[in-house]
Design a protein around this ligand. Structure first.
Ligand code: DGL
Length: 291
């Protein structure tokens, strides 16, 4: 990462996700760093990223980066696990500000928590196929036994609001069987949506298994990094801005479940009719010049 611009603590963070799910990361950041203002972009027109090819996820992520760079952001948070898994290196090369992804943060926290060195990882197909978590764990130390499982239906079940539904319990029992059998004592929730399934996942895995919320891990990392760079915003009233590439109404209603106590406020849809859309933030529908 090459930081060429002078950034201020008051500048916002740019947060990017394929859609709604990244709001769990916004929630974690707002909890740990209450003074940080955020500009969020959810690529709702093109989700899911979790079953797309690495090439496509990289292209979409770069477009999101170009869009968010118009907002004078001081750091870029890749909330989407699939984008962190497949595109982080490309984004880091292109960005003019620090880029933080959820994978390294989640892996570091798992290493800090595990006692028996058996770690489970669950995520989308793209995240699991990328082997990014096993690779990150290997960089952190030797001798970890990592068992991964893709849980693609979890995203749809969460978006349907079936977070404690019987069907979700059955799906979880099926998906989690390999990690349960491997005897892991720590399980990385490697997808933005999975924190909403903590109860069901914990019921299947047993209370003794520690669940790692990669959004919470990232928030802890961010606190450290911003403090080290003198860029931490003091606690203050903040208003976040939310942009989506499609259907802001659904985002507003559904998003509140992901965001928890913090309030979404106004959601603005970007205008993609005039490509490249990411180069023209002033033409976003409902763009506020005063924010
Ligand atoms: N945000 C994605 C992730 O964390 C889940 C949804 C999707 O597949 O786009 O991997």
């Amino acid at each position: 990462m090459v930081s060429t611009l002078v950034k201020k603590a008051a500048d916002p963070l740019g947060v990017f996700d394929s859609g709604l799910g990244g709001l769990t990361v916004v929630r974690a950041i707002a909890h740990t760093l209450p003074g940080e203002a955020m500009v969020y972009f959810g690529d709702t027109a093109r989700l899911p990223y979790g079953n797309k090819s690495p090439r496509t996820v990289r292209r979409l992520s770069l477009e999101a980066l170009k869009f968010l760079e118009h907002f004078e952001i001081k750091a870029w948070v890749v909330a989407c696990n699939s984008a962190s898994a497949l595109a982080l290196h490309v984004l880091t090369d292109e960005a003019t500000v620090p880029v933080l992804g959820v994978v390294e943060a989640g892996a570091r926290q798992a290493v800090a928590k595990t006692r028996n060195r058996r770690i489970g990882v669950i995520g989308t197909r793209a995240t699991v196929a990328s082997h990014c978590y096993p690779a990150a764990l290997e960089r952190l130390g030797d001798g970890f036994q990592v068992t991964s499982a893709a849980c693609p239906l979890f995203v749809s079940l969460v978006e349907e609001g079936w977070v404690e539904h019987e069907v979700t319990r059955q799906v979880a029992a099926e998906y989690l069987e390999p990690v349960r059998r491997a005897g892991v004592d720590t399980l990385i929730l490697g997808c933005t949506h999975y924190p909403l399934l903590k109860k069901v996942i914990s019921d299947v895995m047993g209370n003794e298994v520690t669940l790692i919320d990669s959004g919470e891990a990232l928030a802890a990392d961010l606190l450290e990094q911003l403090t080290a760079r003198g860029l931490l915003a003091p606690k203050r009233p903040v208003e976040h801005r939310f942009f989506v590439s499609d259907q802001s109404d659904r985002f507003q209603v559904e998003g509140q479940r992901f965001l928890g106590e913090a309030v979404i406020g106004r959601v603005e849809a970007v205008d993609q009719s005039d490509l490249p859309w990411y180069d023209r933030p002033s033409r976003t529908r409902g763009h506020r010049e005063d924010a």
